[in-house]
Design a protein around this ligand. Structure first.
Ligand code: ZN
Length: 365
């Protein structure tokens, strides 16, 4: 509990390198105490290795988590760290500082019982997950490429079920340049960027609805005043997709956008993109994780998550992946953010068991 309080009180919004470095320092100290080999990566990410000499040549188990939260520094004054018998509340307590505590506790449980990892364990905690891991994704991809399996520390599905697939998501920006002109004197000389953008968004809406695809125009801006034909306009659009096929169709549309008015110029930028991670049917790896939870007396199930995270990347690479190993709770990214204390212990026991027992042979998810 003291560790959880310390982690929550070290506020760490994505992008705030000084604050993130303080959390990384603190977590590094905890991992060092467990005699892991730790390393700071450029970008503020933290990597730690736990291995035993007899297994050094085997593919590692990759544990993926993050140090950042969605909360700004100062949020703590508005939603301080508080606990009662069963829960703790505070910024980032559920996503994912409670998960980090479960991980540290798992290492302590294993070490106290003098249990060694069945394979080398690599822990990667990125510093920019909450903004789509623009930098952290490179480290995730590198460490996942040679991994036997990947375990994600994100929060579970409601009720505590693990995640064996995730919908993908992307943000794109559609920017239109028209020709600015006086709306009375030069009406026919102008080309309205707003009219063009509205036309494009309407067409995109029809395409999405006709194909049952998830498109959300999140922001829109443009123009200067009512008597000026708008010279520029833009919209930021969120795309979500359950499968590789949906992702392909959405991007085929977005990349194929052509101007309705021949003089308008349209540019489409991809601001962030996480691939869809489609669940593997009847994976022996998932079966092993669920059976282990069963054996520990805390049975859980597994399902597909709508939100995207770092495991979208590992899962879409075909590396056997399971996420949602963080403790139960509620209110991620909301002021009601809460974690269940008993669940932290439960997850720590599960992680300790998973990391120290033999994995089934797995290949290609
Ligand atoms: Zn998270």
């Amino acid at each position: 509990l003291a560790t959880l309080r310390a982690l929550v009180e070290l506020e760490s919004p994505s992008g705030d390198q000084d604050s993130l470095a303080r959390v990384a320092d603190y977590v590094r100290g905890l991992l060092d105490d467990q005699e892991l080999t730790t390393r700071d990566l450029p970008g503020g990410h933290l990597r730690a290795d736990w291995s035993s000499s007899d297994h050094a040549d085997r593919d590692h188990v990759l544990v993926v988590g993050h140090l950042d939260t969605v909360w700004p520094v100062g949020q703590l004054a508005r939603m301080p760290f508080v606990t009662d018998e069963t829960t703790a509340k505070g910024p980032g307590v559920f996503d994912m500082k409670g998960s980090l505590v479960a991980l540290i506790l798992a290492l302590r449980i294993a070490q106290r019982a003098q249990r060694r990892p069945s394979r080398p364990v690599r822990i990667l905690l990125v510093a920019d997950e909450e903004v789509g891991s623009p930098d952290g994704r490179h480290a995730v991809a590198e460490d996942a490429a040679r991994a036997h399996v990947v375990l994600g520390l994100e929060s579970p599905l409601p009720g505590g079920d693990l995640k064996v697939g995730r919908h993908g998501s992307a943000r794109i920006r559609l920017a239109v340049r028209g020709i600015e002109a006086h709306s009375g004197l030069d009406r026919h000389a102008g080309v309205s960027a707003i009219d063009e953008l509205v036309g494009q968004l309407g067409a995109m809406r029809r395409f999405a609805d006709d194909n049952d695809l998830a498109v959300n125009v999140g922001t829109i801006a443009g123009g200067t005043r009512a008597n000026v034909i708008a010279g520029s306009a833009e919209a930021e659009i969120g795309l979500r997709y359950a499968s590789v096929d949906e992702e392909r169709r959405l991007f085929a549309y977005a990349e194929g956008i052509a101007p309705i008015h021949s003089a308008a110029i349209i540019t489409m930028d991809v601001l962030s993109r996480r691939p869809a991670w489609e669940p593997a049917p009847r994976s022996p790896f998932v079966g092993h994780v669920l059976a282990t939870a069963d054996r520990l007396g805390a049975p859980i199930s597994a399902g597909v998550a709508r939100g995207a995270g770092d495991t979208n990347l590992t899962g879409s690479m075909g590396v056997p992946t399971i996420d949602g190993l963080g403790p139960r709770g509620s209110g991620a990214h909301a002021v009601s953010e809460t974690v269940e204390l008993s669940s932290i212990v439960e997850r720590a026991q599960l992680l300790a068991e998973l990391l120290t027992t033999e994995w089934p042979e797995v290949s290609g998810a």
